[in-house]
Design a protein around this ligand. Structure first.
Ligand SMILES: [Zn+2]
Length: 489
């Protein structure tokens, strides 16, 4: 297969696959227009969010974290902490050592101002270092990035649109040089923005990042008047502005809260690693969208990167390549909780089931020696796709499921509460012990939960539970699921 494990280098004389219209087609005025449109689209005047980001003091280091009952139990039992080596043994790359995509000048400063934007960027240096490592790791290029960039869009006999292996992938060195060149192109053409989310430090799992490819892709809800004005410009080149490939990645301000208030992370380096991993994953997820789009393929629908992916979304493909599950960080103003790992079926659903990502797995990513030359095999065996507790069948030892607590005669409405199970027995909250059941021995967790949640959602509906909060398994992706479950790998 001609695979080499040499460290990918800068492109040297490798011919780029195709010459594509890039930034070169846009004048400085064009770019200014586009930048203004994005600034507006990202709605940088969200006073409430700015208030939270600007006004609240850093956490005093003596603050006691406020956990939910489930998080409290995990914390007390060591799921959030592990013995760490001295800080010098962990990633903290200099700016020059980071991939240029991640350099500070690619981060918009309008929301925070230059100084605080710089502070936020400095504080996420471990995450930036990790993204750089993910982008350059030979095994990640061979097993993920090259397929994303060179895979041949193909529709199989059951209607799945996916990326088939390209002959270009057989030449690892050549493919790697081309991929490096594509990354360099992107570094000149992409910017990151901080986009206000409704809560300063929320638990939303759906709004951590967003990637716009061009002005056309700015949804109407963000800035319809400007969008219409651009569309109807008398300038005959208006279409050029609208459709020029000018990717912009919005990162949610939920990540800023503890970046700008580092006390909590300084006191708890494990919490900092979970925070940094969540940021790194989001950056890379959105970069996947930008990179795939940069291929400028005629079919704008995203494919399954691999047939094993259960949903056609290139960012999610990376999430599952990374962890074998999709994970989101649970955090609040006074705590940084678990990374909650979920399977394809329940990653977006409400109610849902998930598992805490093991801290050992998180910590290993950030060790410098993990990234030493010759450790590709170690990373493949231990790290990529190996947050194993999250997705085991018949299921992990420790998992957390939303269970329905019905309304009562005192008029309290019914609601879904997190219940922590250890070895299939309810552990927390204590009130749930003996009241809710668990899966029987040998029963696959997802099958059990699919049925339990179906019944409990029915009951919640009957009691008037807010329909808008409910999202079924496969939330929103049902239509794209053309294969039967047995055909999925
Ligand atoms: Zn995505």
């Amino acid at each position: 297969m001609g695979q080499s494990t040499s460290t990918p280098s800068k492109p040297q004389g490798w011919v780029t696959v195709a010459k594509k219209p890039r930034r070169g087609n846009l004048t400085d005025d064009d770019l200014k227009l586009i930048e203004d449109a994005y600034l507006d689209a990202f709605n940088l005047n969200n006073d409430e969010v700015l208030h939270h980001l600007n006004q609240e003091p850093d956490q005093p280091s003596t603050a006691v974290p406020v956990y939910s009952a489930v998080e409290e139990m995990l914390n007390n039992n060591g799921y959030f902490s592990m013995k760490l080596a001295p800080p010098s043994e962990y990633l903290q790359a200099t700016e020059a050592a980071l991939h240029p995509i991640l350099h500070f000048n690619n981060f918009d400063t309008k929301l925070l101002g230059e100084d605080r934007a710089r502070k936020a960027w400095e504080e996420m240096r471990p995450a930036l270092s990790l993204v750089s490592a993910w982008l350059s790791a030979p095994e990640a290029r061979r097993r993920f990035w090259h397929r994303l960039m060179f895979g041949v869009p193909t529709t199989d006999e059951t209607g799945n649109y996916y990326l088939a292996r390209s002959p270009l992938e057989d030449d690892f060195t050549g493919a790697s040089e081309t991929f490096s060149a594509e990354l360099d192109n992107l570094a000149h053409n992409l910017r990151f923005y901080w986009i206000p989310s409704n809560t300063p430090c929320g638990r939303s799992s759906t709004s951590q990042g967003i990637c716009f490819f061009n002005l056309k892709s700015i949804p109407d809800r963000f800035n319809k008047p400007l969008h219409d004005a651009l569309r109807t410009r008398s300038n005959p080149a208006a279409r050029k502005y609208l459709s020029a490939y000018a990717p912009r990645i919005g990162l949610s301000t939920i990540f800023l809260y503890h970046l700008l208030r580092p006390a909590l992370r300084r006191d708890d380096r494990c919490a900092d690693m979970r925070y940094q991993l969540a940021i790194a994953k989001t950056l890379c997820h959105e970069l996947c969208h930008a990179l795939y789009k940069s291929r400028l393929l005629p079919n704008t629908t995203e494919p399954h990167v691999f047939l094993r992916d259960q949903v056609p979304e290139v960012g999610l493909s990376f999430d599952f390549f990374l962890g074998g599950s999709r994970f989101d960080l649970r955090s609040g103003k006074s705590f940084i909780g678990r990374l909650d790992a979920r399977t394809w079926q329940f990653m977006l659903s409400y109610p849902r089931i998930g598992a805490p990502v093991p801290m050992e797995w998180v910590g290993l990513w950030f060790r410098k020696d993990t990234w030493e030359a010759g450790r590709e095999g170690f990373r493949e065996e231990t790290l990529w796709g190996k947050a194993p507790e999250a997705v085991g069948v018949p299921g992990p030892d420790v998992f957390i499921a939303h269970r329905y607590a019905p309304g009562n005669v005192a008029g309290e409405p019914g609601l879904f509460k997190e219940v922590l199970y250890v070895e299939r027995k309810v552990v927390a909250p204590v009130q749930a012990r003996g009241k809710v059941d668990g899966p029987g021995e040998g029963v696959a967790l997802e099958e059990w939960y699919a049925e339990v949640s179906r019944q409990e959602v029915e009951r919640a509906r009957a009691e008037g539970f807010d329909e808008e909060e409910l999202v079924g398994p496969w939330g929103g992706y049902e239509q794209s699921l053309t294969r039967s479950a047995s055909e999925r790998l």
